[in-house]
Write a protein that binds this ligand. Sequence first.
Ligand code: NAD
Ligand code: TYD
Length: 364
Amino acid sequence: MDWVGRGNSRMKNVLVTGGAGFIGSNFIHHLLARTPVQRVVNLDALTYAGTPANLAEVQNDTRYRFVHADICDGEKVQALLREEHVDTIVHFAADTHVDRSIRDPETFYQTNVLGTLRLLEAARAVWAGDYTGKRFHHISTDEVYGTLEPGDPPFSESTPYIPRSPYAASKAAADHLVRSFFHTYGLPVTLSNCSNNYGPRQYPEKFIPLVIQRCLRGERIPIYGDGRQIRDWIYVEDHCCGILRILQDGRPGETYHLGGGNQPTNLEIANLICDLMDRKRPQSAQVPHRRLLQFITDRPGHDRRYAMDCTKIERELGWTPQIHLAEGLEQTVDWYLDHPEWLEAVIQAEPYRAWMHEQYPGEG
Ligand code: NAD
Ligand code: TYD
């Protein structure tokens, strides 16, 4: 396969930021397994959300290097870009949980806005106008567009930004900065805005792995408000394939939407997982797992619905999601059932316990 496409990203030496987290680690596995990449450097600050355990399978791969650092440390980032002759940056590192952003917006501003700015500045300084074969790809979210009502058309790449949570606002600011570096300095950037991901290695503060782990422990499953909020769920592997297509053939300066084409309510998702658990653990004392569902106070400013129009990437780059929701959910449940040690290490650690205590008070 001729790897380098029209997008002209050389993709020999790739810097992945936030590669110890959920999507970044899946992307690194994908990159090493499916592309002729020569070097993958994972720069991650190892916040509560990142763990080297997510890269255990590739830690002895000579193409892979882990660097424990903060994206806000511009000098360190610049030194690394030079040392590793990085031609491609894929920027995942962020604070990502909406509920945490409601409690602590400043951290989100620091990581997502300032961190992205430092990274952009480092790329501009080191690449110094020689942009042949270079690419800065920024990973963003559908949440920058705000919320939809049930009958509204999906978000397109030209929908105005109306972020409504501190997380979404910080990602929106980062997106604007990335685009400004294209227009002002010619930095060869691309962006992808993706819908809610699910799959292996997702930190169980997020809804789907939270439901799975609550089923396993026989603890109540918290459903915010009426549970009728809608997300467009995409399997993480489909997201990774979409990013690779953009790196190969995406046009510099462009934004591409990625989504799963799903519109279930949160309650439907929780029910699907409970039913899967009934099937996979028929002897469990928790059967039927649906009895664990509990409606609790809604999230402030809770976005009602997200939906993504992905016709641009389908038309230009031939990408469509491949994994159906039922199939992806089953694979996800299987992964968590097959990796009890991973789950146990995360949920026994202090940051997880502290967060559960703060966010869901009154539980054991
Ligand atoms: P995650 O929370 O699982 O992982 C984030 C990673 O970034 C962690 O490994 C963490 O240690 C690292 N990190 C945080 N601050 C850092 C810093 N200052 N310097 C270096 N590393 C730092 O996140 P995720 O769910 O994998 O999301 C990755 C990216 O994808 C984010 O940019 C997010 O906005 C975007 N995104 C996520 C989703 C989703 O559903 N999870 C959907 C669309 C877009
Ligand atoms: P989440 O995984 O936090 O992703 P996001 O807020 O970025 O969409 O939440 C997904 C949906 O699930 C969202 O509508 C909020 C809801 N939710 C609950 O009902 N209960 C919970 O305990 C959590 C964490 C989320």
